[in-house]
Design a protein around this ligand. Structure first.
Ligand code: GLY
Length: 390
């Protein structure tokens, strides 16, 4: 009997240690959130009334955007994650302050990025405060603006309004990320048509955006009258046929999220296929080159690494394949450790008060090359919170 009790204790301890975050990651997470509090409080003090953090300039100083830039929701979103992890109410107040600034989006002309802007700000506010009266009307109104960009004949949401290269109806893989605004708004409002738009967009993208090896093109241009595909391109990558890293990250995260939101196994299988493709391509330290097919030793993109880490953590909790789950989680751990190393993590007061260094926004456009980016920080903090909640 005594031996049985001892054996049970050992088994219980082993089970417990497997499901607990590893100790070094707990320390890493504490360290990153300690830094995040310093950086993001300083950021608030440095911001003009109508400005949102974007990146740094050539001298390493904070560069801001107005509310219309696709990244305006990431700063309030990061503040919500800092509040969530640290419980520091000063950060809840800061998060509310900058979330409320996003309300103006409901009356502005916008593109598909309203999903990023509103879900990262108001979506996290709803998740963490449950203050439905303050949040739901704005959230649902913004979701309707996104759904208004949907054309039934094409079966997808139009991502961009600016038309280059003879495009008529450009849809980018990034657009997958914005569907969460629709699925959540459908639940909040009872309007199932919002979820139907998300489902149609995800299914049509699955048919047209992916190559046989599960890498994806960045942009597919449609004929809005017939739904026919006109072009497949990779605008922000090395070449049209290359695997632009952040696009692959959006795809991993987007299909994982759509499986969580709908329970549709087609989305889970897509996420697993994308995840397996990435496991075969990622370098030893887990941080992707800005484009997997760029020649030489290309720059890394910390933002894509952070988005992937967050996606891999969620996918590891959803897949029924235990072995695959372990591999996804191991990769996320590696990515989080590398991002928290001196190579990527800023010193307090430096890096324009962002947390992570070394992201690539748009290299072909010669914009935001090897710089901090607000969304690298956002998905890094999200991934750490997700990991610590396992
Ligand atoms: N959604 C724009 C980008 O990933 O650069």
């Amino acid at each position: 009997m005594k031996r049985f009790i001892m054996l049970s204790a050992v088994v219980a301890a082993l089970l417990c240690s497997c499901s607990q975050p590893e100790n070094d990651l707990r320390e890493i997470t504490d360290k990153v959130f300690g830094l995040a509090k310093i950086q993001y409080a300083a950021m608030d003090a440095a911001l003009a009334e109508d400005a949102f953090p974007k990146t740094t300039d050539a001298e390493g100083n904070l560069k801001t955007s107005d509310i219309g830039w696709w990244c305006s929701g990431f700063y309030p979103g990061s503040l919500w994650y800092i509040y969530e992890y640290t419980g520091d109410e000063a950060f809840r107040d800061l998060a509310w302050k900058h979330t409320r600034r996003m309300e103006a989006m409901k009356d502005r002309h916008t593109d598909h990025d309203i999903g990023f802007q509103i879900n990262c700000s108001y979506g996290n506010a709803l998740r963490l405060t449950g203050d439905s009266t303050a949040i739901i009307p704005t959230y649902v109104q913004c979701a309707r603006k996104l759904a208004d960009r949907f054309t039934p004949a094409a079966g997808v949401i139009k991502s961009w309004d600016f038309l280059r290269n003879d495009w008529r109806y450009p849809v980018i893989i990034d657009n997958m990320m914005n569907l969460e605004l629709l699925t959540v708004a459908a639940r909040l409002s009872g309007d199932a048509s919002l979820a139907d738009v998300a489902d149609s967009h995800a299914k049509t993208t699955l048919r047209n955006h992916f190559r046989p090896d599960w890498t994806s093109w960045h942009l597919v241009d449609y004929d809005p009258e017939t739904g026919d595909v006109r072009y497949k391109e990779t605008v922000q990558g090395y070449a049209h046929e290359s695997a632009w890293a952040r696009g692959q990250a959006w795809a991993l995260y987007g299909y994982t999220m759509m499986y969580r939101e709908t329970g549709d196994r087609e989305y889970l299988e897509a996420a697993e296929n994308i995840g397996d493709m990435l496991l075969g391509k990622l370098p030893q330290d887990g941080i992707p080159y800005w484009d997997f097919d760029a020649p030489g030793t290309p720059l890394r993109d910390a933002s894509a690494g952070a988005i992937m880490a967050s996606g891999f953590i969620e996918l590891s909790t959803l897949t029924a394949d235990k072995e695959a789950s372990g591999k996804y989680l191991d990769m996320a751990r590696l990515q989080l450790r590398t991002l928290a190393s001196d190579e990527y993590l800023a010193e307090p007061g430096e890096n324009g008060n962002f947390i992570l260094k070394h992201s690539v926004g748009n290299l072909p456009g010669k914009s935001e090359v090897d710089v901090p980016l607000s969304y690298a920080d956002y998905y890094f903090l999200e991934a750490l919170v997700r990991y610590s909640s396992l």
